[in-house]
Ligand binder design. Sequence first.
Ligand code: KG4
Ligand code: ZN
Length: 340
Amino acid sequence: MNKGALILGIETSCDESAVAILRCSADGNSEVLLELVSSQTELHALYGGVVPELASREHMRNLPLLVDKGLSDAKLSLRDIGAIGVTVGPGLKGCLLIGALFAQGLALPGKIPLYGINHIEGHVLSVVLDNPGLSFPYLALVVSGGHTEIQIVRAVGQYELVARTTDDAAGEAFDKSANLMGFEYPGGAKLAALADTVASSDLKLPKVMREAPGFSFSGLKTAIANLVRHNHEILEQAEFRASLAFAIQDAIVDALLFKLAQAVKDTGIRKIAVCGGVSANKYLQAKLKAKYDQVYLAKSAHCVDNAAMIAFAAQSRRAAGLLPLANPLQIRPRWPLESV
Ligand code: KG4
Ligand code: ZN
């Protein structure tokens, strides 16, 4: 096999250690040969959110095992790998450092080209990985636990910010609201599942940030906190809980759709790629598909954090002739996509 055709992806920016091997054929197609994820959700659930130091330690323990297992499951050795892509930002400092250092250790002895990849670039390109027919330009709605933004994706390496959250991310808004309702962290998907058991709600929550340029979910969180406080005794009633979950989901999705509609109007681009953990939300998907003809999603394993999207971003940059970072050890905990 052509050595340049295999790319190892490594992702450790938050609480998932992930490794993937991507095979790229001469006709430009990419196939995920193997992907492994070690999630730390259960560990962090004990603390109600991600604890950075614990996350770093878990990566340190898990990443070498995952790489070994990945190569051995794929019946490959490091010598077969033509390039490595590793997330160097944005994300948690210690977590990024462990991924970057480990990748450097793998790359240096055999002089394997090493690409430092932006995690959000991985997310916006993950939709192309799973929908090879998706052509540029498109609007990427990035909705995860740590990020919420709309980017114009003009080409690989050409990104233009349209809107970004000024406080919480959409997934965070789901998780914090779920927490106020008594769900265990991360409660976003649990809240969504309860919301989907009803078709409407009489509860009214504020329409968030209609006038300002970015997203903001902190006002919504305050409104939900007040609502929960004043309805504490009926929060145990199944009917009320479902109605509240519906209202919360509707308010978050409404904010996303409102800004997206503005972006479509301002840019004239009607091709929408949705990525990040919240793109798994069925209500959001249904609303988007009802409104737009061209809605693209990554497969569910690639909505959440994964290393296939990092390997694919590395491959896409390589194919576009964008050189590896001079120093992949230089991690960038804050690294806006539009500055890549
Ligand atoms: O992209 P991701 O795996 O991790 C980050 O990079 O943040 O996203 C995780 C986020 C969590 O906040 C989780 O609650 C949320 O995505 N999430 C959902 C759903 N599934 C996952 N939120 C709403 N509805 C869902 N079905
Ligand atoms: Zn992510």
